[in-house]
Ligand binder design. Structure first.
Ligand SMILES: [Ca+2]
Ligand SMILES: [Ca+2]
Ligand SMILES: [Ca+2]
Length: 451
């Protein structure tokens, strides 16, 4: 429209010039230069821009140059609302003095491309003791546009030992999402701390009957004599063994020390049969198991019983907690009749010093042997071959192989090798472990029926 107007003006000026005739002054002699060329607009910055939502937008502007007027002003119309995602158009317009107009556009896209920030409440790595409930502390999420966001938690923490991963995810309205993780490690149950040894000097009795102070402890401990030890504090308990440091002549062995709780008629917690020590002044340690709970404070009585003669000189005794040890093994069945060419499986029962089932450790293996036929690693006896004898003896023993070696071997002497094959799998163990190889032995019998 402005362009059309400029053209009209030009025609009007032209006709004025034509009508001037010969009477004209100098003004009419100069050719009138008319401007029909619109200015040129140059955008600063790109014609298409993207602005992060929620940030400030500064229009880089534009400049206009006109062939006649030179640099002229540019007006801008349109808005960019950075608070609201969308596509905005800015229009830049410049008009020269002759009314020629030019315009150009810039498209500004406002969008949220910034993911929210997720912040865990509490540590990102949590370690829980066994049988401890996990308490979710949660997380917070903030987005520059949406503000506070909900956090979605996935994953769970089970009670079984292991490492669990929890994910915390927040997603903004624009679909940008952020995930944070927390690992929760549930530890293996730890065995309770072993009970602290309680050492009681025999001569520290609170009352007694029939004994006398003798050497490092008490002597003259005979049938029906007793010693009382008042208010022994066993704490949380766990003491499962009593060890006497005592001396007894070889010909006086066999007396009994009965240990009671509370009174001379109280619960018997241990009964120790005294073994000879080689003399009345030759003190050695002898242990007996305790199967009663001793928790708390108890009066302890030692009571002697023997048909005749002294029982023992006692220096001290110790209540302690000892680990179950493999004490005996037995093959079952004890006796079985097997038809020729049949097989039978045997099993081993292992007991600790308390008479409880002893679970063999990973490095304790059962070795089976049979005087005839064959027996495999699982105790499967096969009466294969031409067995002539009427009885086959099955023998089982436990041996230990050390399959890993965590300790530094520097300074270690006298290495022992365990196991047989393959040699590459065999590790070395310290001298102190050498006793493990000895094992225990038990035997049973298979009676072969005549074919
Ligand atoms: Ca122009
Ligand atoms: Ca965002
Ligand atoms: Ca003593």
């Amino acid at each position: 429209m402005y362009r059309l107007q400029a053209t009209v003006t030009f025609i009007l000026i032209s006709s004025l010039v034509a009508c001037g005739g010969g009477g004209g002054g100098s003004a009419f002699q100069t050719p009138v230069v008319t401007d029909t060329t619109p200015p040129t607009i140059t955008l600063s910055g790109d014609a298409e821009m993207r602005v992060e939502q929620g940030t400030e937008f500064t229009d880089p502007g534009a400049s206009a140059n006109d062939d006649t007027d030179g640099q002229i002003t540019v007006s801008v119309s349109g808005i960019v609302d950075t608070a609201t995602a969308g596509v905005y158009t800015l229009t830049y317009t410049a008009t020269d003095a002759a009314g020629n107009e030019a315009s150009t556009e810039r498209v500004v896209t406002v969008s949220d491309t910034t993911a929210p920030t997720v912040t865990l409440i509490g540590s990102s790595s949590i370690t829980l003791e066994a049988n401890t409930a996990y308490t979710e502390q949660g997380a917070t999420a903030v987005d520059s546009v949406d503000g506070t966001l909900e956090v979605v938690i996935t994953g769970s923490v089970e009670s079984a030992p292991g490492t669990y991963t929890l994910s915390y995810t927040a997603t903004d309205t624009a679909g940008n999402s952020t995930q944070a993780e927390r690992t929760v490690t549930v530890l293996e149950p730890q065995p309770p701390e072993p009970a602290q040894p309680i050492i009681i000097e025999a001569e520290d009795f609170s009352s007694q009957s029939g004994t006398q102070i003798e050497g490092p402890g008490i002597g003259y401990f005979d049938n029906d004599d007793w010693l009382k030890y008042e208010a022994v504090d066993f704490g949380d308990g766990g003491h499962n063994s009593i060890t006497f440091n005592l001396a007894v002549d070889n010909s006086y062995a066999g007396g009994k020390i009965t240990v009671r709780l509370g009174s001379l008629s109280g619960t018997v917690i241990a009964e120790h049969t005294v073994e000879a020590t080689g003399g009345w002044t030759n003190y050695v340690s002898q242990s007996t198991t305790i199967n009663e709970s001793l928790a708390g404070t108890n009066d302890i009585y030692l009571q002697g019983s023997k048909s005749s003669g002294g029982i023992a000189n006692i220096d001290y005794f110790v209540f302690d907690e000892v680990e179950p040890q493999l004490s005996s093994i037995e093959v079952s069945p004890k006796n079985v009749r097997v038809e020729p060419s049949m097989s039978h499986q045997f099993s081993v029962t292992a007991l600790d010093q308390f008479g409880e089932d002893f679970e063999l450790t990973a490095n304790q293996v059962i070795n089976w042997t049979a005087t005839e036929g064959s027996i495999d690693l699982d105790g499967y006896f096969s009466a294969t071959g031409d067995i002539q004898q009427s009885a086959v003896f099955i023998d089982a023993s436990i041996s230990s192989t050390i399959k890993s070696m965590d300790e530094d071997l520097v300074g270690c002497s006298d290495m022992h090798f365990f196991g047989a094959k393959p040699l590459q799998a065999i590790r070395v163990a310290r001298t102190k472990r050498s006793g493990l190889g000895a094992g225990l032995c038990t035997m049973t019998q298979v009676t072969m029926l005549q074919s």
